[in-house]
Each structure stands twice: as structure tokens, then as C-alpha cells.
Design a protein around this ligand. Structure first.
Ligand SMILES: [Zn+2]
Ligand SMILES: [Zn+2]
Ligand SMILES: [Zn+2]
Length: 176
């Protein structure tokens, strides 16, 4: 947990505001939620609520938001597997899969020629994300978790604990 971002409520989002994570303005369907901010020391930036919440390193607690700036920085290095633009922060948790998405693209991604198959639903499936190619991996993980409570630390896969490492090993065995 490297830092705590104090919200500056004296600055407000406006019609020109763009999310510092996904780089998109507010859209009519409200999928990404409202803007929150401002974050940062000098220049204040805003992020969509869900772009922040579902970035794996970000934590929202009663005392505030953690690691939002870290997620913004990391997103700058990752192109989205859905739309090919930078600012992607949500990576598939299957072993060896590097697909990384924006929140919107992750929530809409389906297999090619298989749009009938449902995309990842963050509200019901949580933030331990699997891409459309590996969504079945989650089923395997859950089967293990039921007995051993392996998933108790799964909110934070960017900082893998022993628990998470072990879970991944079990998935690999299962897929071998
Ligand atoms: Zn966003
Ligand atoms: Zn995208
Ligand atoms: Zn994947």
C-alpha cells in the first residue's frame, strides 16, 4: 500500500473533464459512474468511480481512496485489449494471460463471434477479473475457494499474498 490520496473537494469536475484512467469524458449511459476527485498534489485529476474502484490496486476505505495515482500511472503503460487505447488497468487473472482492459471494455468484452455469451459483470463477479477467454478459470478457483477460503485476500491481486500465489498454483494444476 504505497500511498493515500487525499481528495480535494474544492475542485469540481465539469463538462470538459476526462477520466485520468480511461481518458474518456462522461457518457450518457453512466456505466463508469460519476467522477471523483480531485486527486494529486499540484494538478488535480478526476477519475470515474468504477474505473478507480475496479482497478486492482485501488482500495476505497472509510478514510479515503488508496492507490488511485498508482493505477493512473500503471494504466499509461497498458494498451486495452478491447479498444487498443492506453489507460487500461484491469488485467485478466488467469495464469500467463496479459489481457488488460479499461473498465468499460472489460465490462463489454465477449469472445469473437460469441456475443451471446455474457461479458464479465463486476457487480456480481467482483474485481478479481477474468477475460472472456479465461472466464472459466474463475469457476475452478471458486471451487477451491469454497473449501479452503483461498479467496479471502482476492481484493488485491496486485499485491499477491501467499494465499493468492497458492490459488494460482492450483489453477495451473487444474488446467494442466
Ligand atoms: Zn474512466
Ligand atoms: Zn478499452
Ligand atoms: Zn485472460
Amino acid at each position: 500500500m504505497d500511498h493515500f490520496d487525499e481528495l480535494d473537494l474544492s475542485v469540481k469536475a465539469n463538462k470538459d473533464t476526462v477520466c485520468a484512467i480511461c481518458r474518456q469524458a462522461h457518457r450518457e449511459d453512466h456505466l463508469e459512474g460519476a467522477f471523483i476527485g480531485g486527486f494529486g498534489d499540484k494538478r488535480k485529476v478526476f477519475v470515474h468511480y468504477y474505473c478507480a474502484l475496479f482497478s486492482p490496486e485501488v482500495k476505497q476505505e472509510s478514510v479515503g481512496w488508496f492507490n488511485v495515482l498508482t493505477a493512473i500511472r500503471r494504466g499509461k503503460r497498458h494498451k486495452c485489449a478491447g479498444c487498443s487505447r492506453r489507460g487500461a488497468t484491469i488485467t485478466c487473472n488467469a495464469p500467463k494471460c496479459n489481457r488488460t482492459y479499461h473498465f468499460r471494455c472489460a465490462a463489454e468484452a465477449t469472445l469473437p463471434n460469441d456475443s451471446a455469451r455474457k461479458a464479465w459483470n463486476f457487480r456480481t463477479n467482483g474485481k478479481f477479473y477474468f477475460c472472456p477467454y479465461h472466464v472459466n478459470t474463475k469457476t475452478i478457483l471458486e471451487a477451491h475457494a469454497k473449501n479452503t477460503e483461498l479467496l479471502q485476500n482476492d481484493e488485491n491481486p496486485v499485491f499477491p499474498s501467499f494465499t493468492m500465489t497458492r490459488a494460482r498454483r492450483l489453477i495451473q494444476q487444474e488446467l494442466a
